[in-house]
Each structure stands twice: as C-alpha cells, then as structure tokens.
Design a binder for this molecule. Sequence first.
Ligand SMILES: [Zn+2]
Length: 351
Amino acid sequence: MMNAEHAAGETAGSPSAGQATGITATPNPLAPFLDEQGYLILDGALATELERRGADLHDALWSAKLLIEDPGLITQVHLSYLSAGADVISTASYQATVQGFLSRGFSSDEGARLLRLSVELAVKARDRFWADEANRKGRLRPLVAASIGPYGAYLANGSEYTGDYGLSEPELVEFHCPRMEILAGTQTDLFAFETIPSLVEARAIAALLRDYPDKRAWIAFSCRDGQHVCHGERLSECASVADASPEIIAAGINCTAPEYIASLIAEAVMGTGKPIVVYPNSGEGWDSAAGEWTGGAELMGIAAHAVTWHGAGANLIGGCCRTTPRDIAALRFALQAASPPSAPPNRAGAA
Ligand SMILES: [Zn+2]
C-alpha cells in the first residue's frame, strides 16, 4: 500500500547531505499547507476519544495502553480525524516511553517496538485515507506528527500540569533522548512536543533536537492563564526558544482552556516569528486528585473561536483533551468558510 509520494517524502539516508554543506536542506512539512490554505487543521483528542469509544485507559500508560491491547481502535480514531478534515494526526505516543514500558515489565526492545507501532498505525491510517481518491479532493496529503509528552506525563501523577519536578536541563535531555532516538527512525513527518509546562523543558527539547538536524518539530506549552505557562514563566519567553532552533518550526499552546487562548496567541507572537500552533482542550477541568473531568465543555466549542484565533496569528489549529472528530469537522468548516483559498481562480485545483 506504500505509494510513490510516500517513498519520495521519506528518503532514507538523506540526513548527511544537509550537514555536509552546512546548509539545512530539510523541507518544512508545514510550508505547502501554509502556502495553499494559510493554516493547518490538527486533530483532536486521542485518549479521551478512545475512552468515548469504550477503551479503559485508567493506567499510567494512558493511550499507549491501547498500543498493546487494541491498536485497531487507535487506527479508527486516526481515520475519523482524517475524515473530519485534519491535516495532521498525532500518534499514540504522548505517554509512551521506554522507561514507562520497562517499569511495566516490558523489555526495552518491546518498548521500542510499541513506540514504533504508534507511528506505523498513524502512517498506515494516513496512507489508507489518502489511497482513496475521493479523500484527496481539495486536500493536501495529511502529515503524521509523533507525539512526545513532557517528563511529567511519564510520571503520570499530574505534574505535567505544574512542571514541578526539579530536573535540570541536562537531566531532561537525558530523559527525552531514548524515545526521540527510536521515533527518529520512523516515518513520522514531524514531532509534536506537547503539554510542555516549563522553560527549562523547552530548552532541553531544543538542545535534544540539535542532535537531529534533519528532523522538524513543533513545541506546544500548557498554560495556566493568559500569559504564563503552567510552571510560571511567560509564554513569550518559552516560545522564543523556537527562534533559536532550526529544528523547531512552530510554537504555541495546547491543553489549555479556550478562554485564555486569544491572549496567549498575542503572547506567543511576541516571543517568536515562527508559525503559532494552538490546540486547546474543551474547557473542562482535569481534577488530578479525583482523576476525572469537571465542569461542562464550552458551549460553542473551539470552532467558534478558530477564525478569531487564526486572525490573531495562529496557523496550526486543533483540539486537545475532550475534543472530538465533530469539533475538528466544525473547525475545518469554519476556517474554510472564513478564508477561501487565496489563490487566483486559475490556480484552483492545481494542487
Ligand atoms: Zn490535553
């Protein structure tokens, strides 16, 4: 089922070419979307969507648990988001780490296999979707983003939303290294470092990525108000890490209440000249002590705000926890209606 386009997009053995000349030849996977559409639609929640479909994720491995028990359900969710209009789907690896699998009695080889499987499932779903000509109309071939959660997600104790884990930058680099090394060997189009709570972890990620000059990533921070990431630093300062990193091609906000997003986009724009990524949660609160969601989802949903957010500078827009394929379909509809292709009529259909 491998198509020619796929093979062309992931040529093995090319990394050294750019390094040898000192010029980075790695194409920016976001560029065709930004040129053609002006934005990228991301997917919505994976874990909470799996739960909505009956999966039991009460486990330290969270959605990664399904990699072992029911990979077919993960494929179904990926396909739902692609059908809903997502330009990017993210893998079930957010909470999956070699360290986490080891602590559950898996060997490091098995842990590595499960991490690779998370990308294979997304790539297969994307290729299956794209093989159907009807799905290609008015679309660019969707991307796969390998999801990488913060150190706190591996701890699975809610500390990902505070960043209070007292590790230094080198210690955080060391933590992130094994998973990155495995995922770097897969066919993922880019990396999504997400729900990052602190400046020190952002710096660690930028340092880690220096060892992967042919890879591209976005970094999204979890925020506690309209200006600050969960650990307390200004989002502008955190986002500015992207400007010093050729590997980081977008920076922004995820897993944060919709009410703070407009202010946070302005904050991110102050910090970086790179594209801004935004995928808030549904507005419900996570009570980590009780292990449950509280409050009601915001009545209007993210689609109602998407046009404003795009106008304010957000280029990659999607949903995080508790958002669904319906939210993503509404989001695509809203953005398409508000910003029809800017290309002159004679270019229509050229893609
Ligand atoms: Zn989330």
